[in-house]
Design a protein around this ligand. Structure first.
Ligand code: ADP
Ligand code: MG
Length: 500
């Protein structure tokens, strides 16, 4: 019997875990209501994954820890026992089987010895279809898992957990390597789960996402509970402060660039169903922010500027010359650089060495015989940028995947700056970067602006736009709604407009 009427899916207190000399968790408490979307937030290394591993039976907690799941006290735990109690977890590495089909992956926990596999799979497929309908997704059940992108594999992992009637699902940084549209789709699934009565504990670094999806957020810092807060009325700046324990940037650095030359002028730019009549300019040395909710058309605008998509109407002028890039290669040749939001999938070739990623083969291919970068200069360039950006690395021959998010982002920046751009478009540059490490990236961005680069900063982290841009546009429904001067407004006012 499932205690569905139980008010709390999870209640725990005094959760402690020590690894040798590291007190990973120190008397943490957490409560999740049935059917609630609850975020667990905190900086890297604060103990989020450890907490999840304790509830799901992977780690044994230290003495004194008390855990109650659906009103039932848990005295001894294991992954199997946790699953039997209706707990599921979607790990970052997903723990799926690439060589098996979607249906086989969804049904893997259901396979039991004895009965013929063919008969079992028939019933598994029927139930898998039912689960996908519940999630509001459609996937080819017969496709091999290896043919699916990471976002869809995640859906498979979620479907798998529902097959065993999970009523408390943990998702450990599920959006870390997703693009914004994939994130959007995942958030819709999480809402469906919650509407279906499943409680979801969602771990994320992204402040905007946390405030968007969760009803309440439990904040942990250095293994200790900071507090539990309703997301209603919570601002990104406040949440960031709770996570890091110190006031984040609170100094408005916006400079007045009214008198400077115009580097980028966009006039009446439209693309059907994506953005409409977008007009703005960016002066030489100016940082212009565009903020808004996920899906407001910001990334689509960036894609048009870099030549990834065509526009229906309007003009783009760069340095007083009309440009119509038909592809990324042409945009680069004209002086436009683009650090995409999906850094982890598009911007970098993860297993490749840092040196190759700075002036990657990807870029070499785009540039082709234009040959903006000679190969003998490559090492000098890499060393120069890495020194300048103080990327913390072992050897330039190490794989990029060994770097932290903040350092990866610096490598991507270095790669693009090697093309000597006039306009740098940054799309969600701090996704996957610790709140505390973001200042370093913006320090570099400001230096680049001071050297005359025009910078377009696209972000859904409102504080990020507020403290780093010289002017801010609010975009919604494919249109620029209004322009703000950070000296004349406040973060709270801006947040109220965006979330109105
Ligand atoms: N298996 C382990 N052995 C030793 N130390 C660990 C282990 N797992 C986590 N830690 C340490 O515990 C702390 C919390 O880690 P973790 O729970 O992974 O943090 P988060 O998920 O919030 O990034 C970190 O200092 C980490 O190095
Ligand atoms: Mg973790």
């Amino acid at each position: 019997m499932h205690p569905k009427d139980e008010k709390y899916a999870l209640r725990m207190k005094n959760v402690s875990k020590r690894f040798g000399g590291v007190q990973a968790l120190d008397k943490v408490a957490m409560e999740v209501k049935a059917g609630e979307v609850h975020c667990l937030a905190g900086e890297n290394g604060c103990g989020k994954s450890t907490l999840i591993k304790i509830v799901t039976g992977v780690y044994e907690p230290d003495d004194g820890t008390e855990i109650e799941v659906f009103g039932e006290r848990i005295s001894s735990n294991s992954p199997t026992k946790a699953r039997a109690k209706g707990i599921a977890v979607i790990w970052q590495d997903l723990a799926l089987f690439p060589h098996m089909s979607v249906a086989e992956n969804i049904g893997i926990d259901e396979l039991v010895g004895g009965r013929p596999r063919v008969a079992q799979f028939k019933s598994i497929k029927t139930r898998a279809q039912g689960v996908m309908d519940r999630l509001g997704v459609s996937l080819d059940l017969d496709a091999p898992l290896s043919s699916l992108p990471i976002a869809q594999r995640q859906v498979v992992a979620i479907a798998r957990s529902l097959m065993s009637d999970a009523r408390l699902v943990f998702m450990d940084e599920p959006t870390a390597s997703l693009t914004q549209s994939e994130t959007d789709a995942l958030l819709a699934i999480v809402r469906n789960l919650s509407a279906d009565g499943v409680a979801v504990v969602f771990v994320s670094h992204r402040l905007a996402e946390v405030l968007d999806i969760a009803e309440r957020v439990t904040v942990v810092r250095d293994g200790k509970l900071v507090g539990v807060y309703p997301t209603e009325g919570m601002s990104q700046s406040r949440l960031g402060e709770l996570m890091t324990g110190h006031m984040l940037e609170s100094e408005v650095r916006a400079r007045d660039k009214t008198g400077s030359d115009i580097m980028l002028r966009v006039t009446g730019l439209s693309r059907q169903d994506q953005f409409e009549n977008v007009s703005f300019d960016i002066k030489r040395g100016e940082i212009v922010g565009i903020t808004g909710l996920i899906g407001s058309g910001r990334t689509e605008l960036a894609h048009a500027l870099i030549g990834m998509t065509r526009t229906d109407q309007g003009t783009i002028e760069l340095d007083r010359e009309v440009v119509r890039p038909r592809n990324i290669r042409e945009a680069i040749a004209k002086g436009i650089a683009y650090v995409s939001e999906d850094r982890l999938t598009l911007g970098l070739v993860q297993p490749q060495p840092i040196a190759d990623n700075t002036v990657t083969s990807v870029l070499d291919k785009i540039l082709g015989s234009v040959g903006l970068i000679s190969s003998q200069k490559k090492n000098d360039l890499v060393d120069g940028w890495i020194e300048r950006f103080s990327v913390k690395i072992g050897e330039t021959s190490d794989a990029v995947s060994t770097l932290s998010g903040g350092n990866q982002q610096r490598v991507v920046l270095a790669k693009w700056l090697a093309t000597n751009p006039k306009l740098l478009i940054l799309d969600s540059p701090t996704v996957g970067v610790d709140v505390g490490a973001r200042a370093g990236i913006f320090h570099i961005v400001r230096e680049l602006a001071d050297e005359g680069l025009a910078i377009l900063l696209i972000t859904d982290e409102i504080t990020e736009a507020f403290y780093n841009a010289d002017r801010i546009f609010h975009m919604a429904d494919g249109r620029l709604q209004a322009e703000y001067d950070p000296h004349q407004t406040s973060v709270q006012q801006l947040e109220e407009r965006v979330y109105a």
